[in-house]
Write a protein that binds this ligand. Structure first.
Ligand SMILES: Cc1cc2nc3c(=O)[nH]c(=O)nc-3n(C[C@H](O)[C@H](O)[C@H](O)COP(=O)(O)OP(=O)(O)OC[C@H]3O[C@@H](n4cnc5c(N)ncnc54)[C@H](O)[C@@H]3O)c2cc1C
Length: 393
C-alpha cells in the first residue's frame, strides 16, 4: 500500500512494532489527535516484536524500567475489555539470579510485586527446574512471571488503536524525515509520497537511529543481534517448567513447542539491514546447553533465528522529544524489555507527546539525557555501568 499523501496527521508514527502500536493505542484512545502509523513491511510487527523470546521478566535491576514493567504487568494481567480474547501472559514462573548488589532492592521490590518472589536454595531450585544444572548464586523465583504472548499483545494494541481511529499503513517505507526551517514536519516515502505531520514519532526499532541522524538528531542507538534456538520436540520436556535466566551463566531457557527455547545472550552490534543468522552462534548455544542443561546436550535444533535489541548508551529506553530537533520524538531503544514494558511505554509516550506532566519517569527516559542537555540519567540508585549490565542481560 502506498503512503497516503492526502492525510496530514497530528501524529505520524514511523514503525508499527510494539513501540509504535502501544503509542498509537494510547494516543488514539485519549483522543489526542489524528494518528497515522506507517511500516515498511507488508505485515505489522514483523521485526523484533515477532522475533523475541516471549518472556515476561518484571524484575529489572534498573528502577525506572522495572516500574514500567510493573505498570505493564497490571495491564497485561487485566487488559481493558475487548483488548483480546486470549490470556496475554502465562505465569509459569521465572527463576533468575539476583546479584548481591541488588539484593536489598530486590527484596523491597518483591514485597510490592503482586504475587511476590521467593529465594531458592539448591534443593528448591532443583525441584523447580530439574532440567537445569545447579550453580551457586542468589537464585529467586518470581511466580507471576513467565511467558507472554507477543503476537496477541501487539495485535491487541493495533486493533484497539484502530478502533479508536488510528490508521495503520504497511509497505510504506520512510526514506527521509522532512524538515522545514530545522523542524521535522513529516516524512518522505520510498514511492515518493510525502506526509506532513504535527509531530513525527520515530519508533523504528533497529532503524531508528539512522532516520533521526539524517534529520540532524545527535542521538545514536545500537542494534544488537541476538539468536534464539528451539530444540526438536522432546518428551523429556515438561511444558510447565519455569523460565530459567542466568545472567552470570549467560543463558536463558524455557519450554517452547514441545522442545526448549535456548538463548546464549549474544549481543553483536549489527547493521539493521544485515541482521542475518550467524551459524557460529550455534556453537556457543551448544556449549551453554552442555554446561547448563546436560541432559539435553544431544537435542537437535528445530528452529534458529535472530532479531535486534536496540540500545541507547546508558542503556535505558528513549521516550520523548528529541533534544535538538523540533517536531521529532522518539519511542525507541526498548532493548530487551520492550514486550514486558509495552503498556507502560505507550502510556508514558502519550503523556509526554500530549504535554501531560509524567514526572520522574518522563525525566528518566527523556532522550535529552543522552546529550547531556536535560533528563536525568541518574534516576534510580544504580550507576550507568550497573544499569548497562542489568538492561543488556
Ligand atoms: C532475540 C530477542 C529476544 C527478546 N526477548 C524479549 C523478551 O523475552 N521479553 C521482552 O519483553 N522483550 C524481548 N525482546 C525485546 C523486544 O522484542 C523489543 O524491545 C521490542 O520488540 C522492540 O519493539 P520496537 O517496536 O521498538 O521494534 P520493532 O518490533 O523492530 O519495530 C520497528 C518497526 O519499524 C519499522 N521500520 C523501520 N524502519 C522503517 C522505515 N524507514 N519506514 C517505515 N517503517 C520502518 C520496521 O519494519 C518494524 O516493524 C527481545 C528481542 C530480541 C531480538
Amino acid at each position: 500500500m502506498a503512503a497516503p499523501e492526502h492525510v496530514s496527521p497530528d501524529f505520524l508514527i514511523v514503525g508499527g512494532g510494539i513501540a509504535g502500536a502501544a503509542t498509537a493505542y494510547e494516543l488514539a484512545r485519549r483522543g489526542a489527535g489524528s494518528v497515522l502509523v506507517v511500516d515498511r513491511e507488508p505485515v505489522l510487527g514483523a521485526h523484533s516484536t515477532a522475533k523475541n523470546a516471549g518472556i515476561l521478566r518484571t524484575w529489572i535491576a534498573d528502577e525506572p524500567t522495572r516500574e514500567l514493567a510493573l505498570e505493564s504487568l497490571a495491564f497485561l494481567e487485566q487488559p481493558p475489555a475487548g483488548f483480546g480474547d486470549v490470556p496475554l501472559i502465562d505465569p509459569v514462573g521465572l527463576v533468575l539470579e539476583v546479584r548481591d548488589a541488588d539484593a536489598a532492592a530486590f527484596d523491597a521490590w518483591a514485597a510490592r510485586r503482586p504475587g511476590g518472589a521467593l529465594r531458592l536454595d539448591e534443593r528448591e531450585f532443583t525441584a523447580r527446574a530439574p532440567h537445569v544444572a545447579w550453580r551457586p548464586g542468589g537464585w529467586a523465583l518470581v511466580p507471576g512471571d513467565g511467558r507472554l504472548d507477543a503476537a496477541a499483545i501487539h495485535a491487541g494494541f493495533v486493533a484497539g488503536a484502530r478502533r479508536a481511529g488510528a490508521r495503520f499503513v504497511s509497505e510504506a517505507r520512510v526514506t527521509e524525515l522532512l524538515r522545514d526551517a530545522g523542524r521535522v514536519v513529516g516524512a518522505r516515502f520510498a514511492d515518493g509520497a510525502r506526509v506532513t505531520a504535527g509531530c513525527t514519532v520515530v519508533a523504528a526499532g533497529g532503524w531508528a537511529s539512522a532516520l533521526g541522524a539524517d534529520a540532524g538528531s545527535p542521538l545514536r542507538f545500537a542494534p544488537r543481534r541476538r539468536h534464539l534456538l528451539v530444540t526438536a520436540v522432546d518428551d523429556r520436556v515438561d511444558p510447565r517448567w519455569p523460565v530459567v535466566w542466568s545472567d552470570a551463566g549467560r543463558y536463558y531457557v524455557r519450554p517452547e513447542s514441545g522442545g526448549l527455547l535456548v538463548c546464549a545472550c549474544d549481543e553483536a552490534e549489527v547493521d539493521p539491514d544485515r541482521c542475518d543468522v550467524d551459524a557460529a552462534v550455534l556453537d556457543v548455544i551448544a556449549e551453554r546447553v552442555a554446561s547448563n542443561l546436560p541432559r539435553f546436550a544431544d537435542a537437535g535444533a528445530a528452529h534458529y533465528w535472530c532479531g535486534m535489541r536496540t540500545f541507547t548508551d546508558d542503556p535505558r529506553f528513549a521516550i520523548g522529544w528529541d533534544p535538538t530537533v523540533e517536531g521529532l520524538a522518539w519511542v525507541a531503544a526498548l532493548g530487551g524489555h520492550g514486550m514486558t514494558c509495552s503498556a507502560g511505554v505507550g502510556r508514558l509516550a502519550a503523556d509526554v507527546l500530549t504535554g501531560v506532566d509524567a514526572g520522574r519517569p518522563a525525566r528518566a527516559f527523556d532522550p535529552a539525557r543522552l546529550v547531556g542537555s536535560g533528563g536525568d540519567a541518574d534516576e534510580g540508585a544504580e550507576s550507568a555501568e550497573t544499569r548497562a549490565d542489568a538492561l543488556r542481560a
